[in-house]
Design a protein around this ligand. Sequence first.
Ligand SMILES: C[S@@+](CC[C@H](N)C(=O)[O-])C[C@H]1O[C@@H](n2cnc3c(N)ncnc32)[C@H](O)[C@@H]1O
Length: 289
Amino acid sequence: MNYRHAFHAGNFSDVLKHAILSLVIEHLKQKPAAFRVIDTHAGTGVYDLSGSEAQRTGEWQSGIGRLLGGDLPDEIDDILRPYLDAVRAENEDMDPPSQSALVRYPGSPAIARRLLRRGDQLVANELHPGDTAALARHFAGDPRTKVLALDGWVALKALLPPKERRGLVLVDPPFEEPGEFHRLVDGLKEAERRFETGTYLLWYPIKDPKRTRSFLGKLADLGYPKLAVAELLIRKPVNPDLLNGSGLAILNPPFTLAKKLDVLLPFLARRLGSGPGATGEFRQLSGTR
Ligand SMILES: C[S@@+](CC[C@H](N)C(=O)[O-])C[C@H]1O[C@@H](n2cnc3c(N)ncnc32)[C@H](O)[C@@H]1O
């Protein structure tokens, strides 16, 4: 387990993932019934952008930094509000959100926790002992959050279905081992069997587009009636050694999501793109909108 998210926190891919995570949680809040967020590969919770890891790569500067480096059109500001509220909550003097005031960046469990209501629950699972300890410190004494140290692929089966029978599962593996694309497909199949009404967000990298197409083909073959993808390419993927983009496969997306992502993703491609061929797109893999 060499992957450390501290090097990448707040990059373009986190912006995509965390903005969508926030929108799905906000949709779940439209009904009074309680729900659960399960984060199978949670990381540490909050990241210090002035720390040596973040400074070494500077990735956050072309992600959340660039997002906040210019004015946001009103429509985009509205769509991003829950996400940016969570970012603002980790930083002082952030009203309105601005690049220069950024010091800390919330990871997925911190964003999810910030958006929960009384009665909703978060399970933050992380296998790396140092990160699990950081998560446990971050959420110490919080009755709405449970921190676990299971293998994420075991957690994906063992924690489903949640007792609320409503919720969201984020599967965000590091893609440092071969076979993670297969594990995502198999993991989703197993998880859906246990909790078919849940919303699932599966993160994947876009390096070699052929590899991505093959993965998405296998997901589509599962035949689910509602499966979509949200993708952000920051450049044309000509060099398969680079992280040219990333995506979230979304099983059972809320019906409110398509309209927002049709606006947000092209905007993110314009704001965060780093070369010709930057695009952002939400599309169905199977079923209709
Ligand atoms: C991409 S990071 C997670 C980032 C986090 N979800 C966020 O958005 O802020 C992937 C995490 O998975 C952890 N990890 C690696 N292998 C794992 C496994 N088998 N089970 C659970 N966590 C694992 C890594 O330590 C790392 O913190």
